[in-house]
Each structure stands twice: as C-alpha cells, then as structure tokens.
Design a protein around this ligand. Structure first.
Ligand SMILES: C[S@@+](CC[C@H](N)C(=O)[O-])C[C@H]1O[C@@H](n2cnc3c(N)ncnc32)[C@H](O)[C@@H]1O
Length: 224
C-alpha cells in the first residue's frame, strides 16, 4: 500500500511543517512515501521528552536524542530522518541505494528552510561492507521504516543493523507486513539478534495509528 497517490505529502512535526514530493510512478519504491515513516515520526513526537506531559514517560530515554548519532536505512524520501531531526536527532546520516538518492536529495532541498541545515546523506547498500564501515559505527539510533519487503534483503538488512548499532543503542523500526516470506524470515532472524519491544498500538499517535502498521524498538542482546 502506498500511502496516497498525492504527489505532495505534508507532515506537521511540533511547530514545523515538512513537505515531501513523491513519485509513485518510478521503478524504485524509495521514491514514494510509505506510511510507517509517518507513524514512526508521529509516535516519537507524541512521546518527545521535551514536550510530553505524561509521567513517567516510558520512552523518555530512547527518544532523548541529545548527543546521539543516528542513521536512517533505506530512507527513500527521508521522512523518518527529517522528522526525527526536528525532534532533536541532530546528528543523523540519511542513506539509501544510489538510484534513490536524487529523490532523497530533492526532498532535503525542499525542506531545507524548515530544517535550517543540510543533513548528511550517504549511499548505503546493505550488502556493501565497505559502505557500512565508512559510516563509522557504533551509532546510537538506527532508524528504518517499511524496509522489510524482499526476502533476499532481510539477512543483509539485519546484519547492517547489527554492524551499525552500538551496545546501548536502539533500532527504531516502523513495520508493516509486505511479503509473507520476508516477514517470516525477518522475525525469525531478528529474534536471535535483538531484544524486541513492540510499542502498544494505543501509544501511537491517534491520527497516525493504522491497524496494519507497528513500531518496534530493538536492542542488542547482551552478551552472556
Ligand atoms: C518501501 S521503501 C521505504 C522507503 C522509506 N523508508 C519510507 O518509509 O517511505 C524501501 C526502501 O528500502 C530501500 N532498500 C531496498 N533494498 C535495499 C538495500 N539492499 N540496501 C539499501 N536500501 C535498500 C529502497 O531503496 C527503499 O528506499
């Protein structure tokens, strides 16, 4: 499911409005905005430690991005990274494969007046070990939304997450079932590599809580 056919998608984050161009007609899925990205950003906005009035806030540590280094994998138009940037993830690198970079860069440029900064981008194919190393892990926050849809990329995706994530870091994952084969493999393998917390649906932003879309928090399993 593409989020909508509209060529422009707006997303309010705190007092700022991001706006994205998408091209649903291209041969690359990354030129579309996918719904999990919006769901993840609005979840993080809802529990943002600086503005959330709920105490105790169960997400105050993971959503306190101060002094943390982050990365988005398979970013597409870059919705999740730009949204989290506005929530304090100032040091973030936005990555995807080469053919998607023009759409990503176009959207970064479009949002530069709101972001007030040029965010860093890098090409990253999950099968490319040199590209993974060049990102100087370990990182504190690995962001990924709607990236589990091809069975053959599940292994490389999880290995990339593991290679980039610091011992005390978190993966913030926006997830929707896209392919039964990829789904089965992803949840079999990820359970061996990470401790997995599923955000209860009632903790999502009420206007961005689609029945089929979930947010997960992965942490590295502690070595025995
Ligand atoms: C369904 S799109 C989601 C895009 C964006 N995260 C969103 O939620 O709008 C999947 C993304 O994963 C990227 N991707 C697929 N295989 C990849 C690989 N092997 N290495 C890096 N990125 C990959 C695609 O280029 C695409 O941008």
């Amino acid at each position: 499911m593409k989020f909508t056919d509209s060529p422009v998608i707006d997303l309010q984050v705190l007092n700022s409005q991001l706006s994205f161009h998408q091209d649903n007609g291209s041969m690359h899925v990354g030129t579309s905005v996918w719904p999990c990205s919006l769901v993840l950003v609005k979840f993080a906005e809802r529990w943002h430690p600086q503005t959330c009035a709920v105490t105790p806030n169960p997400y105050s540590d993971i959503l306190n991005f101060q002094n943390k280094r982050g990365i988005e994998l398979g970013a597409g138009c870059g919705v999740a990274a730009m949204g989290l940037f506005l929530l304090g993830l100032n040091n973030v690198v936005i990555t995807d494969i080469a053919p998607v970079m023009p759409a990503l860069k176009h959207n970064l440029k479009k949002n530069k007046p709101v972001l007030n900064k040029s965010l860093k981008t890098a090409q990253l194919n999950w099968s490319n070990q040199d590209q993974i190393k060049s990102l100087n892990p370990p990182l504190d926050v690995v962001v990924a939304t709607d990236v589990v849809y091809l069975e053959e990329t599940v292994g490389p995706l999880l290995s990339t997450m593991e290679a980039l994530l610091g011992e005390n870091g978190v993966v913030l994952l926006g997830y929707q079932l896209r392919s039964p084969e990829a789904h089965k493999k992803f949840w079999e393998l990820s359970g061996d590599m990470f401790d997995i917390e599923k955000v209860p649906h009632e903790h999502l932003h009420p206007e961005y809580a689609y029945e089929e879309t979930d947010v997960y928090i992965f942490r590295k399993k502690k070595k025995q």
